[in-house]
Design a protein around this ligand. Structure first.
Ligand SMILES: O=C[C@H](O)COP(=O)(O)O
Length: 232
């Protein structure tokens, strides 16, 4: 049983709901699938996928439930739109929102308060990997979820692998997932993300402790996303 999550990032218009319906129609048995569309599509996608095996999720949230925060979305709003998951700490968000560990902890608390499952992202830069510090960097990032190990999903996404077509070797993925498993214990589902495609999915999903994938670009096309799901 793998968890395959599509992160549509800032992609998708109402016409893209047809692609989500195609994903639901072709969803293979035995896996959990979810799509995190842009907020503008979340309610409509949740409605479109209701009754199917594919759930929905948000891509980020504000720590507070409501208030004067122009342009922001709360975890309660994401839940109200029919979602089951919410991504927290994606590297693109960390960079664009300036998320600190304190802010990430507050966002995680908000997601859990709203009854959603957080998908917490971690991952090192190329500079950190080349310095030989990837494992220590990522395991330090896990400090924010140490008390939530039974409530979160963790996605390891090396920043240099996101949208680049570059993927770590299976030995590197295995080493990182073993280190995360050692730090978090047995209960936390662990995903890999970063240039997952139908052609490399079976190799990645076979790595010990990899329980699924967080997929960006390849989740936008039903055939590609389903190809990854079927490889699991
Ligand atoms: O959230 C998804 C990741 O950032 C991976 O994106 P990608 O599959 O386009 O490399």
């Amino acid at each position: 049983m793998a968890l395959i999550v599509g992160n549509w990032k800032m992609n998708g218009l109402r016409s893209s709901l047809a692609e989500a319906r195609r994903i639901a129609e072709g969803a293979p048995d035995g896996h959990d699938l979810a799509i995190c569309p842009p907020a503008t599509l979340l309610w409509a996608m949740s409605e479109a996928l209701e009754g199917s095996a594919v759930k929905t999720g948000g891509q980020d949230c504000h720590p507070k439930e409501s208030g004067a925060h122009t342009g922001r979305i709360s975890a309660e709003m994401i839940a109200d739109a029919g979602a089951s998951y919410c991504i927290v700490g994606h590297s693109e968000c960390r960079e664009e929102c300036g998320d600190t560990d304190d802010i990430l902890a507050a966002k995680l608390a908000a997601v859990l308060r709203a009854g959603l499952v957080p998908i917490f992202c971690v991952g090192e830069s190329l500079e950190t990997r080349e310095a030989g510090e990837a494992v220590s960097f990522v395991t330090a990032q896990l400090g924010v979820v140490m008390d939530l190990a039974e409530k979160v999903v963790v996605a390891y996404e090396p920043i240099w692998a996101i949208g680049t077509g570059k993927v770590p070797g299976v030995d590197d993925i295995a080493e990182m997932h073993q280190a995360m498993r050692d730090r978090l214990g047995e209960t936390t589902p662990l995903l890999y993300g970063g240039s997952v495609k139908p052609g490399n999915a079976s190799e990645i999903l076979a790595v010990p402790h990899v329980g699924g994938a967080l997929v960006g670009g390849a989740s936008l096309k039903a055939d590609d996303f389903l190809g990854i799901a079927r490889a699991g």
